[in-house]
Ligand binder design. Structure first.
Ligand code: IPM
Ligand code: MN
Length: 354
């Protein structure tokens, strides 16, 4: 019996369900062509469910999701729900409880996609950010004193464990080796000010680097990283950084690679259940109009296929996406593509199996 991949699908809010449908359409096409089998289970987590039931994530969710090989997520975020509730209660909770300690964000300019950086071409913009995904400023460590009074105090601490930092760094070194590009790993930190946190990161980085003599190591402060990402993105191969800096520089990365229509990411637990998502959010104003760009979700699907070890299928999807961006789409923006959401999905599905 050949393996049947079990995929949990969380369509989520806004345009999430529409783009997830296109990702699954592409998966179905390449499954036939490359001869793998899968089944899906759908979960209704998101704003609508929360409004209906008052429950953000049922207590059984994590146990249920542990029964799957991967999770394919659309978008979380609802205009009627106070910011923070769904993000923390669904997205961050799943990242933490499934121990998805890597947030992987390729920043790659595909042919035909417009970047706001003047004179930069696809060969200049092709790097990956490895963001630590379970520690740093995201753990909720800290607290409030005299909240809501004129004398209130807020402390929010960054938690950096040697264990958490090392496993993230090792993942980045391995990925850098596997990519086989320039083999350069840049640590992005703030060693001049955040001396405790990034002192630890830097020591661990230098120690582990000894085990990877084939990889060039490099360091940039986070503020300088932002400058170079705009001025000289070709300097980067793999960047590794903490949770908060990674959050910020990957939004910059998404813009550099042509915007939210194309940017995808993976929340990875290398030995567990990983979750793949377009990073653009739920775009509520475009819901149900069949005009949102589904390529980010299709790219998230492509990352999932690659993660599952279906490298041929993943490569076919990426080639199809590049043909669509390079020769078929008028623009990457919702409503301006010259095609509907489902037509883009149909086209990628067709090209991926040609
Ligand atoms: C991301 C998002 C999340 C984060 C939010 C929605 C909690 O911005 O995936 O980058 O901050 O990690
Ligand atoms: Mn973010």
């Amino acid at each position: 019996m050949s393996k049947v991949y079990k995929i949990a699908v969380i369509p989520g809010d806004g345009t999430g369900p529409e783009v997830v449908d296109e990702g699954l359409k592409v998966m179905s096409a390449v499954a036939d062509k490359f001869g793998f089998k899968y089944e899906t289970g759908t979960f209704d987590f998101g704003g609508e469910r929360y409004k209906r039931t008052g429950e953000v994530l049922p207590d059984t969710a994590v146990a249920d999701l542990l029964g799957f090989d991967s999770i394919f997520l659309g978008a979380i975020g609802h205009p009627d729900v106070k910011p923070g509730i769904l993000e923390k209660g669904i997205l961050l909770r799943l990242r933490f409880e499934l121990d998805q300690y890597i947030n992987l964000r390729p920043v790659k300019l595909y042919p035909g996609v417009e970047t706001p950086l003047a004179d930069k071409k696809p060969e200049d913009i092709d790097f990956v950010v490895v963001r630590e995904n379970t520690e740093g400023l995201y753990t909720g460590a800290g607290g409030m004193l005299r909240e809501g009074t004129p004398n209130e105090v807020a402390v929010q601490e960054s938690v950096n464990t040697r264990f958490g930092v090392e496993r993230c760094l090792r993942y980045a070194f391995e990925l850098c080796r596997k990519r086989g590009g320039e083999k350069k790993l840049t640590l992005c930190g703030k060693t001049n000010v955040l001396t405790f946190a990034f002192g630890l990161w830097e020591r661990a980085f230098n120690e582990i680097a000894v085990e990877y003599p084939d990889i060039k190591t490099d360091y940039a402060h986070v503020d300088a990283t932002c400058m170079w990402m705009v001025k000289n993105p070709e300097w980067f191969d793999v960047i590794v950084t903490d949770n908060m800096f990674g959050d910020i520089i990957t939004d910059l990365g998404a813009m550099v690679q042509g915007g939210m229509g194309i940017a995808a990411g993976g929340n990875i637990n290398p030995k567990g259940v990983s979750m793949f998502e377009p990073i653009g959010g739920s775009a509520p104003k475009y819901t149900g109009m069949n005009i949102i760009n589904p390529l980010a979700a299709i790219c998230a699907m492509q990352m999932m296929l690659d993660h599952l070890g279906l490298a041929d299928a993943a490569a076919a999807v990426e080639r199809a996406v590049m043909e669509v961006t390079g020769n078929r789409l008028k623009s990457m923006s919702a409503g301006k593509m010259g095609m509907s959401t489902s037509e883009v999905g149909d086209l990628v599905a067709k090209l991926a199996v040609e």
